[in-house]
Design a protein around this ligand. Structure first.
Ligand code: GRF
Length: 202
């Protein structure tokens, strides 16, 4: 299976996928990354892709007259690599209906909170501020909402009294990276069905 990964930041989730595929071999893992896309330049996620010898592309919202034109341009850039699965790993833009018309049902996202709690850009900060005792991460299919698509897997992380946002986020990311690698591999190897809010992996 062919994966395109979308990033906006440090790309440690991307790196976890690269390392897992490198270790297992693409055949055994069931997929390989064919390209990495971003919404901005100069991020470590793109540097990681370049170090791995992967094609990269950047599509910035501000380069397009409308958000919809950006959405179409991003979808076209992704489509050029003919992915079976798109993985949004820390990609910080909402994918619009043009993108989802082409890649809905085969785009997964990872979110650093236990959805439906604490969706959006500050899931880690919001859980901490709320005084939650546990939080975690969620790998889900992307639908037309914000972090609202069918949930594939979740991992739980205890919140400690001494936690600040970055310490907690780092601990979440340790679980998140393992969960993403495991889920993407299973989706790629076994195939899956989405039945309403349920995801069935064969
Ligand atoms: C991840 O925790 C992701 O869930 C969130 O931002 C972080 C991205 O980390 N949206 P990285 O870029 O994969 O290191």
């Amino acid at each position: 299976k062919r994966l395109v990964v979308l990033v906006s930041g440090s790309g440690t989730n991307l790196q976890a996928l690269l390392d897992a595929i490198g270790e297992a071999g693409a055949e055994a893992y069931g997929a390989r990354i064919v390209a990495v896309g971003a919404d901005r330049d100069g991020i470590e996620g793109l540097a990681r892709a370049e170090r791995a010898g992967l094609p990269t592309f950047v599509r910035k919202v501000k380069d397009y007259a409308t958000r919809q034109e950006w959405d179409v341009a991003l979808a076209e850039a992704v489509a050029a690599h003919e992915p079976d699965l798109v993985v949004s790993a820390g990609f910080m833009k909402i994918l619009g209906k043009e993108f989802l018309a082409r890649f809905g049902g085969r785009t997964v996202n990872t979110h650093p909170a236990l959805l439906p709690s604490f969706p959006g850009t500050h899931g880690v900060r919001d859980a901490l501020a709320y005084g939650a005792r546990v939080t975690g991460c969620t790998v889900h299919f992307v639908d037309d909402g914000v972090d609202t698509g069918p949930i594939i897997a979740q991992g739980v992380v205890e919140i400690r009294d001494e936690d600040d946002e970055s310490a907690l986020h780092e601990r979440i990311k340790e679980v998140e990276r393992r969960l993403l690698v495991e889920v993407v591999g299973r989706l790629a190897r076994n195939g899956y069905r989405i039945e309403g809010r349920k995801v069935v992996i064969q």
